[in-house]
Design a protein around this ligand. Structure first.
Ligand code: IMP
Length: 194
């Protein structure tokens, strides 16, 4: 029988991306699938803390194996900011235009443009907790480029590429992204433990 695993998200895009990597061995369920409509708190001050907070929230209420993710953009010259606050860097949650504008303003005049996306996945399996990390290094350019993706994609060029995530397109991004790397580690672990 397939292993059932709840992914603490209702983001259809994320579900599809993660499900493609996990493959047929796992039956992936969303929050909707388990009847959870709560706005799950993410008030920790680290990506690890938030991912664990979300996974524990689901595990405590639904008593199922589950995992949750949290991602941040960490910019070297800004001491790791916006980091865990990436979604609401400019104040309002998920205002990508505002967030990028603030980021470019903060980096104005700075030579060091190094940045990385970091995803942390917290898994609770058979009542034990595990963390997986995926990182993609790169740099922040001075003006937005490209129309695909979301969040900070138009201002981030991954190492070894000349185009931003928003120019590279979804397929290529999904092969090399921070999220894909974290999910691959999760996938290997699940295959190993089955
Ligand atoms: P989340 O934890 O996946 O919800 O990500 C938090 C925030 O980080 C998002 O609201 C985006 O601003 C940013 N972010 C996460 N993943 C990506 C990505 O793949 N590209 C660009 N921005 C991202």
């Amino acid at each position: 029988m397939k292993k059932k695993l709840v992914f603490a998200t209702n983001n259809a895009h994320k579900l599809q991306e993660v499900s493609a990597i996990l493959g047929d061995e796992v039956q992936l369920l969303s929050l909707n699938d388990v009847g959870c409509t709560d706005d799950i708190p993410e008030t920790a001050d680290t990506l690890e803390g938030n991912a664990l907070m979300k996974a524990r929230y689901i595990h405590e209420r639904y008593h199922c194996d589950c995992f949750a993710d949290d991602t941040g953009l960490e910019v070297e010259a800004l001491n790791g900011a916006p980091g865990v606050y990436s979604a609401r860097y400019a104040g309002v949650a998920h205002d990508s235009e505002g967030n990028m504008k603030k980021l470019l303003a903060e980096l104005q005049g700075k030579e060091n443009r190094k940045a990385r996306f970091r995803t942390v996945i917290a898994l609770i399996l058979d009542n034990k907790e595990y963390l997986f990390e995926g990182i993609v290094d790169g740099e922040i350019i001075k003006e937005k480029r490209g129309g695909s993706g979301f969040g900070y994609d138009p201002v981030f060029i991954p190492e070894g590429e000349t185009e931003t995530f928003a120019e590279l397109g979804e397929e290529k991004k999904n092969q090399i992204s921070h999220r894909a790397r974290a999910v691959s580690k999760l996938s290997k672990f699940l295959n190993f433990t089955q």
